[in-house]
Structure formats: structure tokens, C-alpha cells
Design a protein. Structure first.
Length: 605
């Protein structure tokens, strides 16, 4: 009997080695895939043609694939050493993320899913890639999970003055970008907001008036003190100082939870040295200031969740920064209110009543300012209905482009009354503005009715339009900082007196760093919006596995922000996901803390 177990063990060991080698080869080949649609050049022989397709399916192997294979093999051994059997939940998540990745790569390259099922060879190749990436993701997720379980929260608080040091490190790092490109970079939206404040353009609801007022006040104040350049610079300085305070405070709060000062230092360096933060600091836009307010709101929300009490200071901070977050972006309220509502439901007794009062105060103050205040002072209307209809409009446009001969006369008339049927040919799969601007206004009822009916005719077309306009947020497949380095100011900015102070070579130097940050290995992923979506999903998954359900409340604004991104005008702009990107270091620390908090402290089993 002993001899039998010995032989069986040897067979199992041999099987595991063979399995590990096979999986290593699959993962390595998947990572070397070119993601090209392979047609082949030998029509007379299916076998030769198939081999020819296979030649074009993978890159020429080099030394990196040997290192990759070695790393994967080691990961397989480590995971097997730590787990008795495959974790089904992690495997399911890995397959979903892997499939999503391959789909998004296909839409990035071809604006369609042709890589997945263009022909029988593509089906086999894409399935192989999904398998390879699923194995890799499973290994990474399991190793991260094992590491998370073995993190020890230090008893001591660690380095003192973390926030003060962090504040100056972030502020000086961002000022480097602003001063070398003094006074900063304009943006189309920012100049529109400035025109509205200066009375050169009617106020509109497309841009939050509160944000426009902050921009305008900074500009006018600086121009009064010195010149237009200084006014432009003042706004960039404001968002730099607020950002340095907000982000360093978020790391200090993690340190107070017991998170290692080393992770907090990594978070500070992420904000200080990742180039896209510096480019946003010198960008005359509303996005960075909004992201900073959402981080401050998250800090106070985290404090309430930790204490399970909605005390006076936390309640006041939660109200102030919730309102500011809502005022600085038109869709901000959709991220804030659900989180506050869930917080109120989670808390008990008088703390629940306090949380409901925080929610009520936030909504009332927001409505008083936007409904009563705006209309009384500047006569601003409601945002156009088209602002939230990017997805259905894109789906309609793609349907018309692909199946125009199947559009009925009634459908054609309704589409033309709502948009412009002939202009559907202007459809751009990755940006919705060419179609969205066609909206004529009026009753959307008939349009929504035919939109649903057309979906059932070709649902695949609708899915393709949705993925095509949001692939950059669904998977880490493309970089797009968008906040650029401006070499020449537009005519309106020049008329205001805005001009470069330093030689243009300094701006060109920054521009090359900007380009490099989206090209250099490893660093480029920091500029990839889809990466932060995946981190958010993984953090939520870990909290779910550990049954820390209340801790998920802090992640709610991030998930809603991602949903907003999917309805945004562009398919890959990190500016729309900036609130989620900014709060990720805080959420990572919060997840570590929550996982290591006992059930007695959380009230959960």
C-alpha cells in the first residue's frame, strides 16, 4: 500500500510538471500574439495556409519570452504550493477579464470583433489567447491575494510629518511642469468656461458654472495683480496646492489606519512623479480640481466607515466635499449620492439618522445652488438631454452605417427628426461628438421606442458600438493622457495676453516627457485608464471574498465614475476617469486595512 501511494505521488508530480510546462507555453505564446487578422496566402492547401496564418499570428521570439516563460513557471509552482485546489471564483474573474481584454484589443485595432471570430482560424486563435491570459491573470490574482493575507499592519505609526513632506514633494513636482511651461496649457472647454465668466459667451449648462467661476476669478484676480499670464497661472497654482493637500492627506489617513508608511510614500511618489499628474496641474481645465474634491470626500467617507460613527467633524467634511464634488462636475452627484445612501443604510441607530441628514443636506444645498442660485444669478438652463445619450446615439449611427437598407421609412423619419439621418455617415466609433451635436431637441419618446426595436434586429451592432466607444475603460489596452503640453496658444488666448515666457524649447522638453510616459515599458501602463478599472474590480473582488461588504461602500463612487466614462464622449481619455485614478492609492490601503480588520471591528462575519 505504501508503495502504491509512492508511485501515485510520483505520477502526480510528473503530471504537475507536464501541466506547468504546457501552461507556461500557452501563456508565453499568448503574450507574443500579434493580434493580427491572419488571412494566409496559400489558397490551394488548407494545411499550408493554416501554417502560414500561424506564422503571422505571433511575434518573432526573443530573449524576453524566455524570461516570461521562466517567470510564469515559477508563478505556477508558487500558486500550487499555496493552494490545495483551484479557486473557482478567481478563475471565473480571470476568464471574464481575459475575454474582455481580447475583445477590447480587437476593437482598438479594428473597431470590430473581427479578431475574435473573423474566421475559424481567428476563433481558435482568440480562444487560445483568452486561455493564456486567463491563466496569467489567475496566477497574478492568487499571488496578490496570498500576499494580501500575509500583510502585517505595523503597531507603530511610522514616519512623522508624512503629510507635510508629501505636500511639498507633490507641490514642487507639479510646479516643475507649470513653471517650465508657464503659464500653462489651455483647453477648449476651459476657454469656453472663461468666456462665459467674462461675459463673452452665454452661460450654458454643459460646463458647471461653479467651476467656471473659480477659473474666471483666478484669471481676473491674476490679471489685475500682474497680467493675463499670472491669472492663468493662479488657477494652475490653486489646483496644484489643493491637489498636494488632498493627496498627501489621503496617504496620512492611511498611515493612521496602520498602513505601512512605505506604501504611503509610494502613493505620494505616484502623485508626484507620474508625468500625467504634472500635465494636468498645468492644464486649464476642470477635471483635476474635481478629482481632488472626490478624494477629500473619500477621506471623510472612509473615516465614517472606520468609526461607524458620523460625528460632527466627519459629517461637516462629508457635506462640504460632497457638495463641492457635485458642483465641480455635472455628473458628480450621480457618484456621490449612492455612496451616501448606502452609508446611511449601513449605519445603525442615531448614526444612521446623522448619515441621512448628511445625504439630505448634500442634496438640498446642491439643488439650492444649481436650481435656485444659478437661475437667479446667471440664468443657466438644464444640461442638454444629449449629454447622457452618447451610447444610444452611437448605436443608432452604427446601425445606420451597417444596415441602412434595413431601416424602415418610419425609423428613418424618427432618426431624422431627432438627429440627422444623412449625417449618420459622420459616425466615428471612438468619439461621440460628431453624432451627439446633431441632436435637434424635442421629444425623445419616439426615438427611444425605435431605438429598442432596432436593438432586437441586430443586438450585436449595439454591443459593438458600446464596446467601441468604451474599450479604453474596460481593459488596459490604450494610453491617452489628453492633458497635453501646448507649444502655441490659440487665437483667443493670445488676444487675452497669454503667451509663453520661456523659450519654446522648454515646452518641447516637457512634450517629449509627455510622449515618453505613454511609450516607455511599465510606465506607460500608469497612463492607461483601463488599468485603474481593473484595479478597482480586483479590490472589490478581494473585499467580497473576505466578506467585508461594508468596506465596498468606499468603492461605489469609483464604479459609478467608470460607468460615467462608458457614457463619455471618448473611448479612452483618462481625464474622465481621473477621480477613480486619484483615489486608487487610498482604496488599496483601505482594502488592506479592511481585510485585516477582525469581524468584531467590522460587524461582519
Amino acid at each position: 500500500m505504501t508503495e502504491f501511494y509512492k508511485v501515485t505521488g510520483e505520477k502526480m508530480s510528473r503530471y504537475q510538471k507536464i501541466r506547468n510546462v504546457l501552461l507556461t507555453v500557452i501563456v508565453t505564446l499568448a503574450l507574443q500574439c500579434t493580434f493580427e487578422v491572419c488571412l494566409g496566402g496559400y489558397v490551394d492547401s488548407n494545411l499550408v495556409n493554416g501554417l502560414n496564418k500561424l506564422c503571422g499570428a505571433f511575434t518573432v521570439l526573443d530573449y524576453t519570452d524566455l524570461l516570461t516563460a521562466a517567470a510564469v513557471f515559477v508563478m505556477l509552482k508558487e500558486v500550487k504550493k499555496r493552494e490545495a485546489k483551484t479557486d473557482v471564483a478567481t478563475l471565473v474573474l480571470s476568464v471574464i477579464l481575459s475575454f474582455l481584454l481580447i475583445v477590447c484589443i480587437s476593437f482598438k485595432k479594428y473597431d470590430s470583433a473581427i479578431f475574435l471570430w473573423g474566421n475559424s482560424f481567428q476563433i481558435l486563435l482568440s480562444t487560445f489567447c483568452v486561455l493564456g491570459f486567463a491563466v496569467l491573470l489567475y496566477l497574478v490574482l492568487r499571488l496578490v491575494y496570498f500576499g494580501l493575507e500575509h500583510v502585517e499592519l505595523p503597531a507603530e505609526q511610522g514616519k512623522k510629518h508624512l503629510q507635510m513632506v508629501g505636500f511639498f514633494v507633490i507641490a514642487f513636482s507639479w510646479l516643475f511642469w507649470i513653471l517650465l511651461n508657464y503659464p500653462g496649457t489651455t483647453s477648449g472647454d476651459g476657454l469656453v468656461q472663461l468666456k462665459q465668466f467674462l461675459g463673452e459667451q452665454d452661460w450654458g449648462a454643459a460646463h458647471p458654472p461653479f467651476s467656471s467661476a473659480i477659473m474666471g476669478i483666478c484669471f481676473v484676480l491674476g490679471r489685475t495683480i500682474a497680467d493675463a499670464n499670472f491669472g492663468f497661472f493662479l488657477y494652475c497654482l490653486l489646483q496644484t496646492l489643493v491637489g498636494a493637500y488632498a493627496f498627501s492627506l489621503s496617504m496620512k489617513k492611511l498611515q493612521e489606519l496602520g498602513i505601512s508608511w512605505k506604501w504611503c510614500a509610494v502613493g505620494i511618489l505616484f502623485f508626484a512623479l507620474t508625468p500625467f499628474w504634472g500635465t494636468y496641474a498645468q492644464w486649464f481645465e476642470k477635471d483635476l480640481l474635481y478629482a481632488e474634491m472626490t478624494v477629500l470626500q473619500a477621506v471623510y467617507l472612509m473615516s465614517v466607515l472606520k468609526k461607524k460613527e458620523c460625528g460632527g467633524k466627519d459629517a461637516a467634511g462629508l457635506i462640504v466635499f460632497s457638495v463641492l464634488s457635485c458642483l465641480l462636475r455635472n455628473n458628480g452627484i450621480y457618484a456621490i449620492v449612492p455612496a451616501l445612501l448606502l452609508l446611511a443604510i449601513y449605519l445603525k441607530g442615531k448614526e444612521r439618522r446623522k448619515a441621512f441628514l448628511v445625504l439630505l443636506a448634500t442634496v438640498v444645498i446642491y439643488e439650492l445652488i444649481t436650481v435656485v442660485g444659478y437661475r437667479a444669478l446667471i440664468d443657466v438652463g438644464k444640461p442638454a438631454a444629449s449629454e447622457g445619450l452618447s451610447v444610444p446615439f452611437q448605436q443608432t449611427a452604427r446601425y445606420v452605417c451597417e444596415y441602412e437598407d434595413e431601416v424602415t421609412e418610419y425609423e428613418r423619419q424618427v432618426i431624422n427628426d431627432t438627429l440627422n439621418f444623412d449625417a449618420m455617415k459622420n459616425y466615428e466609433p471612438r468619439i461621440s461628438d460628431p453624432i451627439k451635436i446633431l441632436y435637434r431637441g424635442g421629444d425623445l419618446g419616439p426615438y427611444m421606442k425605435i431605438w429598442v426595436q432596432m436593438f432586437f434586429k441586430h443586438p450585436g451592432c449595439y454591443v459593438a458600438a458600446f464596446v467601441n466607444k468604451g474599450y479604453g475603460y474596460l481593459a488596459p489596452v490604450e494610453q491617452n493622457i489628453e492633458a497635453w503640453i501646448q507649444l502655441e496658444y490659440p487665437e483667443y488666448a493670445q488676444e487675452q495676453g497669454i503667451h509663453h515666457t520661456f523659450p519654446i524649447q522648454t515646452s518641447e522638453f516637457l512634450l517629449q516627457i509627455w510622449f515618453l510616459s505613454m511609450r516607455l515599458p511599465l510606465i506607460k501602463y500608469l497612463c492607461t485608464p483601463g488599468l485603474y478599472t481593473w484595479i478597482l474590480v480586483v479590490l472589490a473582488f478581494f473585499l467580497w471574498k473576505k466578506k467585508r461588504y461594508s468596506a465596498l461602500i468606499l468603492l461605489v463612487p469609483g464604479f459609478i465614475n467608470v460607468l460615467v466614462c462608458l457614457a463619455a464622449p471618448m473611448s479612452n481619455a483618462i481625464r474622465y476617469e481621473l477621480p477613480t485614478v486619484a483615489v486608487i492609492p487610498l482604496l488599496v490601503g483601505w482594502t488592506v486595512y479592511s481585510v485585516h480588520t477582525t469581524s468584531r471591528q467590522t460587524g461582519e462575519e
